[in-house]
Design a protein around this ligand. Structure first.
Ligand SMILES: [Zn+2]
Length: 388
C-alpha cells in the first residue's frame, strides 16, 4: 500500500472535476472524486460503500470499526462551477501561492478529506472501540440530493457528526434555512381599453406581493434570534416576469422569491401560510395561482449549546459556537440522530470565488483537532467518557 502524500491527495482531488450545478450543461458526475477517496480509504482498511443517488452522482460511506455510536466526519465531494478566465491559475491544478494552496475545492471542501486521512494515520493501529465514518456526499452545491437521500434512507450514522465546511476553524451550531419559491399567475389577456375583456395577472401579483410582505413583517415580529448577524427571518422578492405591452391586459405573471427561516420555523408551515393567502386572491381576481418551491428547502439548523459535541469543539478550538449565514447538510445528519456541528479549515470569504484557497497554517491545527475528535469518540472507552 502506498498512500499518496497529503499534497498529492489534494492535487488528485482538485484535478478530478466534480462541479454540480442546477444548469444541466455545467453539471458533472462526482464519480472520480468518490473513487479516489474510496481507493485510499479501502487501502487503509475502511469498508467502503458507494451509494448511487442519481445517474452519475454518488455518496461514499466509508467506515472503520463497527457497532453503534462513533464519529462521522462529513463533507461534500462536489464544487460550484468556476469562472476560469477570472482565475490566476488553472482551477483544476493545485498550486502553492505564498502561504496558501489554491484550487477549486481546496476550501469548499474537497480538501477536508486529505486532512481527515492525515489525522487518522497515527491512530490506525489502535483499537477503535466505536466506529469512524467518513461521508462524502454529492450535489451539496445544487440540490443537496446526496444528503437528502441519506436522510430518507434513515440509517443511523453515529453519535456525533462534524461537517468540514469552511468556518475558519470556528464551531458553528446554527444556520438559517434556505427556501427558493415561485408563484405563477395565469389570468386572461385582452385589449387595455376595456378592462372587462381580461383578468390582469399583474394586478393579482401586486396583491400577492402585498401579502408576502405582510407575512414577512409578521414573521419578523414573531421570530428573532440574536445569534445571527441578521437576527430576523428574511424574504426577498428576487425577480418578476409578466406581460408584454402597455396596451394589453397582462395575462401571465411569475414571481420568484427567497425565504430564509430561523431555526424553529418549519418550512412546510411557512408554505401553508403563504398558500392560505393566495387562495382568496385567486378568487378575488378570478385568476389561477400556482405556488411551489424551485428547489427542495434546506431546513434551518440548530444544535443545542449544551451538547457534548458543541462543548468539546468549543474546548478544543477555544471559540464559542456561533451562527453562519449559509445553509449546509447539517440538518440532514441531525435528522439521522447525530449531534451535528459545522467546523472546517477554510474561509467562507474565498469559497465560490476565483483563486479559492486554503491557508497552509490551517493544516496543522485542523489535523490536530480532527485527531482529538477521533480519539474522543472512537478510541476512548465509553465508560471513560461517561465518567468525565
Ligand atoms: Zn461547501
Amino acid at each position: 500500500m502506498s498512500l499518496p502524500s497529503l499534497r498529492e491527495q489534494f492535487s488528485a482531488l482538485i484535478a478530478a472535476p466534480s462541479i454540480s450545478c442546477t444548469q444541466p450543461a455545467l453539471d458533472m458526475s462526482n464519480r472520480a472524486v468518490i473513487d479516489l477517496l474510496a481507493g485510499w480509504l479501502s487501502d487503509l482498511g475502511f469498508a467502503c460503500e458507494i451509494q448511487q443517488v442519481s445517474p452519475g452522482k454518488f455518496n461514499l460511506l466509508a467506515s472503520y470499526g463497527s457497532g453503534p455510536g462513533g464519529l462521522v466526519l462529513a463533507g461534500h465531494s462536489d464544487t460550484v462551477p468556476c469562472d476560469e478566465s477570472l482565475w490566476h491559475s488553472d482551477p483544476l491544478r493545485l498550486s502553492e501561492q505564498g502561504d496558501r494552496w489554491v484550487g477549486l475545492g481546496v476550501c469548499d471542501m474537497k480538501g477536508f478529506f486529505p486532512l481527515i486521512i492525515e489525522a487518522l494515520l497515527p491512530l490506525l493501529d489502535q483499537p477503535f472501540r466505536q466506529p469512524l465514518l467518513i461521508l462524502a456526499t454529492c450535489d451539496e452545491e445544487s440540490s443537496m440530493a446526496g444528503a437528502r437521500a441519506l436522510a430518507e434512507a434513515g440509517r443511523p450514522l453515529g453519535r456525533a457528526a462534524v461537517i468540514g465546511e469552511p468556518t475558519g476553524l470556528r464551531p458553528i451550531r446554527l444556520h438559517k434555512g434556505v427556501m427558493m419559491e415561485r408563484i405563477d399567475i395565469l389570468g386572461q389577456s385582452g385589449h387595455s381599453s376595456d378592462p372587462t375583456l381580461g383578468r390582469s395577472a399583474l394586478e393579482a401579483m401586486q396583491d400577492v406581493m402585498g401579502e408576502l410582505l405582510g407575512l414577512r413583517a409578521q414573521w419578523q415580529r414573531e421570530f428573532s434570534n440574536p445569534q445571527f448577524g441578521v437576527p430576523q427571518p428574511t424574504l426577498n422578492l428576487g425577480c418578476i416576469h409578466g406581460g408584454d405591452n402597455p396596451n394589453r391586459i397582462c395575462g401571465q405573471c411569475a414571481l420568484e422569491f427567497d425565504l430564509r427561516p430561523l431555526p424553529g420555523m418549519d418550512p412546510e408551515l411557512l408554505r401553508a401560510a403563504i398558500r392560505g393567502k393566495l387562495q382568496p386572491l385567486a378568487l378575488k381576481h378570478e385568476v389561477r395561482i400556482d405556488y411551489g418551491p424551485l428547489f427542495p428547502a434546506v431546513p434551518p439548523f440548530e444544535e443545542a449549546a449544551d451538547r457534548e459535541l458543541v462543548r468539546l469543539a468549543e474546548h478544543l478550538t477555544g471559540h464559542t459556537a456561533q451562527a453562519v449565514a449559509f445553509g449546509t447538510e447539517a440538518p440532514y445528519l441531525q435528522q439521522l440522530g447525530c449531534e451535528t456541528l459545522v467546523l472546517g479549515p477554510g474561509d467562507i470569504d474565498c469559497a465560490h470565488q476565483p483563486d479559492e484557497y486554503l491557508q497552509l497554517d490551517r493544516i496543522e491545527p485542523t489535523v490536530a483537532l480532527l485527531r482529538q475528535l477521533i480519539q474522543h469518540y472512537c478510541l476512548t472507552r465509553s465508560e471513560d467518557v461517561q465518567r468525565r
